[in-house]
Write a protein that binds this ligand. Structure first.
Ligand SMILES: *[C@@H]1O[C@H](CO)[C@@H](O)[C@H](O)[C@H]1NC(C)=O
Ligand SMILES: *[C@@H]1O[C@H](CO)[C@@H](O)[C@H](O)[C@H]1NC(C)=O
Ligand SMILES: *[C@@H]1O[C@H](CO)[C@@H](O)[C@H](O)[C@H]1NC(C)=O
Ligand SMILES: *[C@@H]1O[C@H](CO)[C@@H](O)[C@H](O)[C@H]1NC(C)=O
Ligand SMILES: CC(=O)N[C@H]1CO[C@H](CO)[C@@H](O)[C@@H]1O
Ligand SMILES: [Cu+2]
Length: 593
């Protein structure tokens, strides 16, 4: 069945007028158990299995394992739920009662099937699999109002997708800012690595945490000044001390003299972190899902949505060490961390010493100025066609902060992209329009169509706040960005200037990932291969900003979309949703995303 689906999808790709993209090919099953002594061992992580290694382009070829990993999740609502820092949260929304949610584990090439049952009291939900390519499978992307209707309470849906890439990621609800109530978890897909290591410490999500309810917090942003609410804590793999003296530091054990892999994830609602393990360097081997030629650093800046797979050598004096989270200077990131009384930290402890509190406070890393590092190369190097790039009004998207009267508010604060704020209708997802043959979208769907095999976008930020921009369905290439400005609130906005800026863009061997920073008062230029038919959300990963409308949809290879999605894929849930929503008490009050 799945084979047939894939062949159909590939047939469709080649059936259209555009030149055929490098469609992914399912490679005949080879016995993965025959990885043997030379593959995926502590001394040969670059090799994965017969025919697959770190130099294999996962967009072109993936192992056919024949394995499907199945998960069953119940999403439930809890009042005054006591989280991993020992303090209650007004409303928590949890998967199988857990925060962080269950880890989705798979091998590269496996299929994953997650059956989600919405047992919330009033809100709908939809689960997005952050970073997963979803080739010809937009209908499983989990972006409500775009690829599906939300699941109403009582409804069940099975998401089915392929582990096309490998490495570290996460999933979260895409229903308004609902993930701020705890609806997130990690994804860990086994595959080759660009550097050898002995121990895998597993996923390490570091997230901001709010004691308030997500909806109440999002509503607080509607009237002027529209400032982000303060977060109450930062949780390391779900735990931390709290400001009242309770809770415990999360503790990670290192084996002395071993090299460890740590899978760092920032699943935050709003906060950007710089992380540093005192006295130890980290060597980056992947950024988001993209394996990179490893580089060593003493601190890492992580925007919401980003992942860094790193190795750490336990080669220092055995002891207990702080793993610190610090923030960019007061204005640089618009961070909303509340407390200086317990700077967020975890403890990394060598297995040869007693658990204790680190004796040295360590040193603070330099201010990252809210900028992620982009000057490194992926292992599989690719070039973006330079000739295809031009700067026009059609491929420039301006992001601006707006205040206008709205309903009962004399001034409502929201974000415009290209002059329009995103506002989807949950019951009319974009893919349903397309499956029904209707391409007449409302302006407030912020839909952008383009043609050609490559998409190039110049995103300009006229505001004084940098934004972590995330694209569904692709790794994008980061061709370049404007320099970080000091005093971003008063600095002038400097638009992309083709005459001087095109020559600074990096078309060859540019890094690629699925989330990167757009600096304040400047621009970032991104490119991606238009090889994935679908409606793909491109948005700021500050959940509050997405709720305030900071997103667009890219409609890609629109003629090919009907071959990847049938009305019957979407309608069962949409019918239930529409019926439910007619009398629901929980009505849309923001972008819906
Ligand atoms: C999910 O809820 C259903 C219906 O209440 C129940 O039968 C099932 O055991 C639950 N599953 C889990 C994993 O909690
Ligand atoms: C975080 O928790 C998960 C689930 O218990 C575990 O698999 C993982 O190893 C933990 N990560 C670290 C770095 O301890
Ligand atoms: C690291 O975190 C600990 C615990 O909050 C704190 O005492 C220490 O000062 C921090 N170090 C730095 C350099 O931020
Ligand atoms: C979104 O669109 C609906 C339908 O046009 C409208 O009623 C609602 O006010 C809009 N919401 C926002 C936040 O603009
Ligand atoms: C402060 C600032 O840069 N404001 C700009 C916001 O965006 C609009 C439209 O692009 C500009 O006209 C403003 O100057
Ligand atoms: Cu933003």
């Amino acid at each position: 069945m799945k084979k047939l689906f894939f062949l159909q999808a590939i047939g469709l790709f080649f059936g259209v007028g555009q030149s055929a993209p490098s469609a992914q090919v399912d490679v005949a099953p080879r016995d993965l158990e025959k990885r043997g002594p030379t593959c995926n061992t502590a001394s040969n992580r670059r090799c994965w299995s017969d025919g697959f290694d770190i130099t294999t382009d996962y967009e072109a070829k993936i192992p056919n394992t024949g394995v499907t990993r199945r998960y069953e999740w119940n999403i439930t609502q809890h009042t005054d739920w006591v989280g991993g820092d020992g303090l209650p949260k007004d409303i928590a929304m949890l998967i199988n009662g857990q925060f962080p949610g269950p880890i989705v584990k798979a091998d590269w090439g496996d299929w994953v099937e997650v059956t989600v049952r919405n047992q919330l009291e009033c809100e709908g939900t939809s689960i997005h699999w952050h970073g997963i390519r979803m080739l010809a499978n937009a209908v499983n992307d989990g972006a409500n109002g775009i690829t599906e209707c939300p699941l109403p309470p009582g409804a069940t849906k099975t998401y089915r997708w392929r582990a096309e890439q490998y490495g570290t990621s996460w999933y979260h609800s895409h229903y308004s800012s609902q993930y701020a109530n705890g609806l997130t978890g990690s994804i860990q897909i086994e595959g080759p690595a660009s550097l050898n290591y002995e121990e895998d410490l597993g996923v390490f999500p570091i997230t901001d945490w709010y004691y308030g309810d997500a909806e109440a917090l999002q509503r607080s942003l509607i009237p002027r000044p529209g400032a982000a609410p303060r977060s109450d804590n930062v949780l390391f793999n779900g735990s931390h001390v709290n400001a009242q003296g309770g809770g415990e530091y999360y503790r990670v054990k290192l084996k002395r003299n071993k090299r460890h892999r740590l899978r760092l994830i920032n699943p935050s609602v709003d906060n950007h972190f710089t992380v540093k393990l005192q006295n130890h360097d980290m060597t980056v081997i992947a950024t988001d899902f993209v394996p990179v030629n490893s580089f060593t650093t003493s601190q890492i800046f992580m925007a919401p949505g980003q992942r860094y797979d790193v190795t750490i050598d336990a080669s220092q004096t055995p002891g207990n060490y702080w793993f610190n989270v610090t923030f960019s200077g007061s204005q640089a990131c618009g961070n909303s961390w509340i407390s200086d009384t317990h700077p967020p930290a975890a403890i990394f402890q060598y297995d040869t010493v007693q658990p204790g509190t680190p004796t040295s406070q360590g040193t603070a890393p330099p201010d990252s100025k809210c900028e992620d590092f982009i000057s490194y190369t992926p292992v599989v190097e690719k070039n973006v066609p330079r000739g295809g790039f031009s700067a026009t009004e059609d491929n420039t998207l301006d992001v601006e902060l707006v205040n206008k009267p709205w309903e009962n508010f004399p001034e409502r604060v929201y974000w415009n992209v290209h002059g329009s704020t995103m506002n989807i209708t949950w019951e009319d997802p974009t893919l349903e329009y397309i499956a029904a043959g209707d391409l007449d979208f409302p302006e407030r769907y912020n839909l952008h169509t383009f043609s050609g095999d490559w998409a190039y976008w110049i995103i300009e930020n006229t505001s004084g706040i940098p934004h972590p921009m995330h694209l569904h369905g692709h790794d994008f290439y980061v061709l370049g960005r404007s320099p970080t400005v000091d005093s971003p609130f008063v600095a002038p906005f400097v638009p992309f200037n083709p005459a001087t800026d095109i020559s600074k863009l990096r078309f060859d061997r540019a890094t690629r990932r699925d989330t990167t920073m757009m600096p304040a008062k400047g621009w970032v230029v991104l490119a991606f291969r238009a090889d994935n038919p679908g409606a793909w959300l491109f948005h700021c990963h500050i959940a509050w900003h997405a709720g305030q409308g900071l997103s667009v949809q890219f409609l890609e290879r629109v003629a090919d979309i009907p071959g990847t999605v049938q009305l019957s894929d979407i309608e069962p849930v949409c019918t239930q949703w529409t019926e439910y929503y007619a009398t629901s008490q929980c009505l849309q009050f923001d972008s819906g995303l």
